[in-house]
Design a protein around this ligand. Structure first.
Ligand SMILES: [Zn+2]
Length: 780
């Protein structure tokens, strides 16, 4: 049954009906203002005397009785109907936009979701208004902005806070006239989800009851393009369409199409790699974009480089930069990042240098006077006050609320006699003397000349891992090894794993043997070099351990499969080998609860990335992280530099004074010296709690593994170790000389809480329905 007859159809049926419709609509007009559509619906339902169907029936009846029923004014009506339509408003030109798919009913403005529902995450609350105000000017009525409950219900407390903070920043509430922010949460806290929530909210709603932005761009390293695309679909299941571009054919066309779109867009999100962005910058600068988000934003630490300039030129007021590691080397990098999101907030780069940087760096040097330190602290406070308004950073200590305890151990061991002799010969060689001289010259002329020292560093690092990694050089008597040809015993065949040559390998072998026999736990082993992994593989084969290996050569698809299999509880794989260069980004290896970092990386972020693979969402068992370092060697020195970088970053970002003073710059210069010590790192701490190699007091109760190393446990022997496996191998292995250990902050919730799998339940339908028809009129 037809619910209401359109005038044209009614005309075909019977001319009288037209008249009746016209007259009835006239009646409508004279009634109170209501939508004509709802009126006609009511009429049908009531089926009163105005009902066209009823009219039709009476006409048919008349026909049966041979009565001629013909309206006298039929021709008149035809004339009226065939006249061209003239708009009754003079000079009316029609709407500006081309949107005409579906007509929206005039409705009072209201929020997309109910701000009063339980657990609603309200990002904006309009100022209170009287009913009179509302009637007076419907246009000015503001509404609540409420996060889609589908996301709001899965966000954890810190994530809700993060979304609210970013919303306040990009809408200029946080700092008037500035619309950017830095999301600097540490890994594992869900930066991506928070950003997706923000983006989804902005393209859907706003205080004016219409979207705040029509489109947004996500810029990220090319390895993460697909990841972003998947994450958006994972959380929103196709409700927020996005297009990903990372090179490939038709880049130009796709980018142009995206940039030309206006109003409600069919695809409101563009995910693009930094490289592609730079190449298509011209098109991307063509028109305005509501929001830009830059993942791994520390790429923008240098305001001189091309990528930075390309992104800076984007016509996007609202900018969000995501980074787990805001500063890596210096404050100027930090400036660049803030400058990118909020241009002008800290002045120009030279103003910043004069006002803050010089003073802070001076105060952090270990030779600084008390006055200089005081001044630096004052400057840091001043700077922090400003930038805290647009940076949000929570440390992964927060995760302790949800995760089982984590023990971190820095295992420091002596080189074997073979390694030591090779090491000494190398660093005392003519080649190294030349290298040091070169790099000193290079330092004076800022940069250059560093390549030969880099190669020497690599050689030493490999030597610390295992002499066989540089066996060719040693046997040839290559540069630095002129006197070392006869140090190593002869190799028995190519498959001979000479465990006894490397102390770290000995420890690792002991460790795995003990772990395998005393537990059913799995382990992740990380190294910088695929060569090391090759060596490991030979050993695992000899020991009969089942293992998997992931390095840079593996496709993303294959990776996912390998990881999935490893995490299965019934998987027989014991070891997961990971090359830290392959990037652990996003890898979830919670099938294992132990992780060995076989060698340190210059960049603490890389090591942190790797370590965050096991202690993360979903982990149920206590975690044990081991970092192997050889005593007094380049490894310990690299590790110290890492700590220094971290200290700088936490000073400014976490506002933690205790971490400010560490190692002097001069100490970092002597990489090429072998210190004869149990632990060079401990020596440099100038520890006051160890007397004659006996710790006289424990670290403070509240210390955890994010604390300064001076607040970790210092172990000169196995006493006091929390981990039984390490305890047992220390007895067997004479090479371990010192261990720093600490655990994650106290658990606040006993069991790991399973969040996201739960409630995917339906929400208040009243609010959701309201928006549904709009989904269909996305403009194409
Ligand atoms: Zn100590």
């Amino acid at each position: 049954m037809r619910r209401s007859a359109a005038p044209s159809q009614a005309g075909k049926d019977s001319p009288t009906q037209v008249k009746s419709l016209i007259s009835s609509s006239q009646i409508n007009v004279s009634k109170a203002f209501c939508s004509p559509l709802t009126q006609s619906l009511k009429r049908t339902r009531n089926s009163g005397k105005d009902n066209p169907k009823a009219k039709l029936r009476s006409l048919r009846k008349a026909d049966e009785n041979n009565e001629i029923v013909y309206p006298s004014n039929h021709e008149e009506i035809i004339k009226q109907l065939s006249k061209p339509y003239i708009c009754p408003i003079p000079n009316y030109e029609g709407a500006q936009s081309t949107k005409n798919l579906g007509i929206r009913r005039a409705q009072p403005k209201r929020a997309l979701y109910d701000p009063n529902m339980p657990n609603a995450l309200v990002l904006y609350t309009p100022p209170p208004q009287t009913l009179h105000d509302k009637l007076k000017n419907e246009k000015d009525v503001l509404v609540h902005v409420v996060v889609d409950p589908q996301l709001g219900n899965i966000l954890r407390p810190h994530q809700r806070e993060g979304v609210k903070f970013m919303y306040d920043c990009v809408t200029g509430i946080q700092i008037p006239d500035y619309y950017g922010c830095i999301m600097a949460d540490e890994m594992g806290l869900g930066k991506t989800l928070q950003c997706i929530t923000l983006l989804w909210t902005l393209v859907r709603q706003g205080p004016q009851a219409k979207p705040i932005i029509s489109k947004g761009i996500i810029v990220c390293p090319s390895s993460l393009v697909k990841n972003w695309y998947n994450e958006i679909n994972k959380w929103l299941g196709g409700r927020l369409p996005s297009v990903m571009i990372d090179g490939g054919p038709e880049v130009k066309k796709k980018v142009t199409q995206f940039m030309q779109g206006q109003g409600r867009m069919a695809i409101p999100v563009l995910i693009i790699s930094y490289e592609t962005f730079r190449m298509q910058a011209e098109i991307l600068h063509g028109s305005e974009v509501g929001l830009v988000m830059c993942d791994e934003g520390h790429r923008l630490k240098n305001c001189e480089n091309q990528t930075y300039r390309a992104l800076m030129g984007l016509k996007a007021k609202k900018r969000v930069l995501l980074s787990g590691t805001p500063i890596q080397n210096d404050l100027l990098e930090y400036f660049s990042l803030i400058h990118f999101v909020n241009e002008g907030l800290l002045g120009t780069s030279s103003e910043f240098k004069k006002k803050y940087e010089n003073c802070i760096l001076r105060g952090q040097d270990s030779t600084a006077t008390d006055l200089e330190r005081e001044k630096a602290v004052a400057k840091i406070t001043e700077l922090t006050t400003i930038v805290n308004k647009c940076i949000i950073r929570r440390t992964s200590a927060l995760l302790t609320k949800y995760l089982p305890v984590k023990f971190e151990m820095i295992v420091i061991c002596q080189l074997t006699a073979y390694q030591k002799q090779l090491y000494l010969n190398y660093i005392n060689s003519e080649a190294i003397k030349r290298t040091i001289l070169d790099s000193e010259k290079g330092e004076k002329s800022k940069g250059t000349g560093g390549t030969s020292s880099l190669a020497s560093i690599t050689t030493l690092k490999k030597l610390c891992n295992h002499p066989d990694l540089i066996l060719d050089k040693i046997q040839e008597g290559g540069e630095g090894f002129e006197k070392s040809q006869n140090i190593l015993p002869p190799k028995r065949g190519t498959n001979d794993v000479r465990i006894e040559l490397s102390s770290k390998l000995i420890i690792l072998d002991y460790f795995l043997a003990n772990l395998k026999s005393t537990t059913d736990e799995k382990v992740v082993i990380v190294s910088n070099w695929t060569q090391t992994l090759d060596l490991f593989e030979q050993l695992w084969r000899r020991r009969g351990y089942q293992y998997v290996r992931l390095d840079g050569t593996m496709t993303i698809k294959k990776r996912a499969k390998v990881v999935e299999n490893f995490n299965k509880p019934d998987s027989t794989d014991f070891i997961f080998m990971l090359s830290s260069k392959a990037g652990g980004c996003g890898l979830n290896l919670i099938g294992a609860n132990r992780l060995v970092m076989y060698d340190p990386d210059w960049n603490p972020a890389n090591d942190d990335q790797a370590m965050a693979r096991v202690w993360r969402d979903g982990q149920q068992k206590p975690c044990y992280i081991y970092r192997f370092l050889t005593a007094g060697t380049i490894e310990e020195k690299i590790f110290q530099r890492q700590t220094h970088k971290k200290a700088l970053s936490s000073t400014i970002v976490d506002m933690n004074e205790e971490t400010a003073r560490h190692f002097s710059v001069a100490e970092l210069r002597d990489l090429f010296r072998l210190e004869n010590t149990e632990s060079d790192t401990h020596d440099k701490l100038r520890c006051k709690t160890c007397l004659n190699k006996i710790p006289i007091k424990n670290p403070p109760e509240e210390a955890d593994c994010t604390s300064d190393l001076s607040q970790w446990f210092h172990c000169w022997d196995k006493k006091g170790l929390a981990d039984m496996v390490l305890k047992q191998i220390w007895t067997a292995c004479p090479y371990i000389s010192f261990v720093f250990h600490q655990k994650s902050a106290k658990q606040e919730v006993q069991k790991a809480i399973k969040f996201r799998e739960e409630d995917e339940k339906e929400n208040d339908s009243d609010y959701e329905e309201q928006d549904d028809p709009e989904d269909s009129d996305y403009e194409n």
